[in-house]
Design a protein around this ligand. Structure first.
Ligand SMILES: Nc1nc2c(ncn2[C@@H]2O[C@H](COP(=O)(O)OP(=O)(O)OP(=O)(O)O)[C@@H](O)[C@H]2O)c(=O)[nH]1
Length: 195
């Protein structure tokens, strides 16, 4: 576990339109909901966990972790969930993770944390793509996120660039950042790992 106290904010507040609006985090991968896999990967790396969702709240509450809904309603995108997580967090530093990334590495926090002295947010770059929904972020950015959203802006990467967040290179292990967005992808991974 990290020496610096960290809260993980699990983002599960989207509309899952690419999954026919079946709540993505609750879909089963090898018998467990996707978000359980995410929790299992990050639990050893953080001190607290909170789940952000806007639908099927009772289902997520079964995990035993606190569940929070978006403060700014209307499905404003991941930044809305990050904002809600930061304003309720009791720790300065917070790990944001998407509920659809079940293969996360065990050194995620350690490698992001290496940049906390110089940046207020550090997010994953897998060698090809940025993953802004996988990041360590300081809660002092919450008012700036609110301001950004209230200006009608939604783009998470745009916000991170605006605040000079750092991309952290994980190109040595790109496969761990695979995310599952469709029922076809879910079927593929359910079948693949059973072999
Ligand atoms: N709180 C909150 N989280 C969101 C919102 N939109 C997306 N997210 C989360 O942000 C992460 C990335 O979201 P996407 O995969 O782009 O969106 P999604 O709604 O989950 O799925 P699609 O509708 O298929 O794009 C996921 O963990 C979502 O749960 C939102 O409006 N509010």
């Amino acid at each position: 576990m990290s020496l610096m106290p960290i809260t993980a904010i699990i983002l599960a507040g989207g509309q899952s339109s690419r999954m026919n609006r079946q709540n993505k985090g609750l879909q089963l991968l090898h018998g467990n909901p996707l978000y359980y896999h995410v929790i299992n990967k990050i639990k050893p790396q953080v001190n607290h966990i909170v789940i952000n969702c806007n639908q099927d709240i009772e289902q997520y509450q079964k995990s035993g972790y606190p569940v929070i809904v978006d403060e700014l309603i209307g499905f404003l995108g991941p930044l809305a969930g990050i904002f809600s997580g930061l304003i309720t967090s009791s720790t300065d530093w917070n790990l944001v993770v998407s509920c659809d990334t079940p293969f996360l590495p065990d050194d995620l926090v350690k490698r992001l944390q290496a940049h906390c002295d110089t940046h207020l947010a550090a997010y994953v770059f897998d060698g090809e793509k940025s993953h802004p929904t996988l990041m360590l972020i300081h809660r002092q950015l919450a008012p700036m996120i609110k301001h950004y959203l209230l200006q009608g802006k939604r783009k998470l990467l745009g916000f991170l660039q605006q605040i000079d967040a750092i991309q952290v290179d994980f190109s040595d292990k790109p496969d761990v950042f695979i995310n599952i967005n469709t029922l076809e992808q879910l079927a593929y991974w359910n079948q693949k790992q059973c072999k």
